[in-house]
Write a protein that binds this ligand. Structure first.
Ligand SMILES: Nc1ncnc2c1ncn2[C@@H]1O[C@H](COP(=O)(O)OP(=O)(O)OP(=O)(O)O)[C@@H](O)[C@H]1O
Ligand SMILES: [Mg+2]
Length: 230
């Protein structure tokens, strides 16, 4: 297993966010699926130690994430947050930032192209991009780190149908062209079906199902509910 979470609890400000969550995430394309407020982003953030559990264990490739060097972990396991946040400067500056911090120079064209962006955008100030373009620059910035695992938090939540389709196509391309594992957070059952082979269903801070997507969500249409009572 890529990740194994065992009896994980996390509370903040008297709110129980995760309540004994146990889940397994294999290599490949997986998703965390559930209604708004159910604990998906919180679960994702545990995986690269943006937060640590109050109780329970999180294993990455068999060892506790807390026993690893946090910066080394975050170079392998790269999280793209729910809301695009780019630094000032050009697209190329943003994409080169991580590699430069790590002390090597590199060509930003490859990650831009992998992220489905025209390399001609390189010199455009990041502030002058559409939200969909920003989302893909965030993806390019993560890819520039040559991650083993990408954690994507609702990468299409701010996008219209056409741009969502373009970003999904990019993710499908990554799946076909690279060995990078992806853990995708989504509240869309249709998107989960399009992009993932494995699903962990999260509801009320607990995992309420996990397994191959067809087994957990049913072979087709599914029950389609997106209740907001998480
Ligand atoms: N630091 C915190 N302090 C207080 N409450 C928190 C904190 N972090 C998360 N929560 C609460 O825990 C619940 C789960 O949050 P989380 O962001 O993980 O949900 P989510 O499933 O990603 O939702 P969405 O689909 O809306 O992004 C929410 O009700 C949220 O308000
Ligand atoms: Mg979220």
């Amino acid at each position: 297993m890529l990740f194994e979470l065992t009896d994980v609890s996390y509370s903040r400000s008297a709110v129980t966010v995760l309540d004994g969550l146990t889940a397994r995430i294999p290599r490949g394309a997986s998703c965390l699926f559930g209604p708004s407020g159910s604990g998906k982003s919180t679960t994702l953030r545990l995986l690269d130690r943006l937060i640590d559990a109050d109780r329970g264990r999180v294993l990455y490739e068999g060892s506790d994430v807390r026993e690893r060097d946090v910066l080394a972990l975050r170079r392998e396991v790269v999280l793209v947050p729910q809301l695009p946040a780019l630094a000032q400067g050009t697209v190329a500056d943003n994409v080169a930032y991580g590699p430069r911090m790590a002390g090597h120079s590199f060509d930003p064209r490859t990650p831009l192209e992998l992220a489905g962006l025209d390399p001609a955008l390189s010199d455009r100030p990041a502030g002058r991009l559409s939200v969909g373009e920003r989302q893909r620059v965030m993806l390019a910035r993560a890819l520039a780190l040559q991650p083993r695992v990408l954690l994507l938090d609702e990468p299409t939540s701010a996008l219209d149908a056409a741009t969502t389709a373009a970003v999904e196509k990019t993710l499908e391309g990554l799946r076909a062209r690279t060995a990078i594992s992806v853990v995708l957070v989504t509240h869309s059952e249709a998107q989960a079906r399009r992009l993932a082979d494995w699903v962990v269903r999260i509801d009320g801070g607990r995992a309420t199902g996990e397994g191959p997507i067809g087994e957990v969500l049913g072979e087709r249409a599914g029950d389609g509910e997106t209740r907001e009572d998480g």
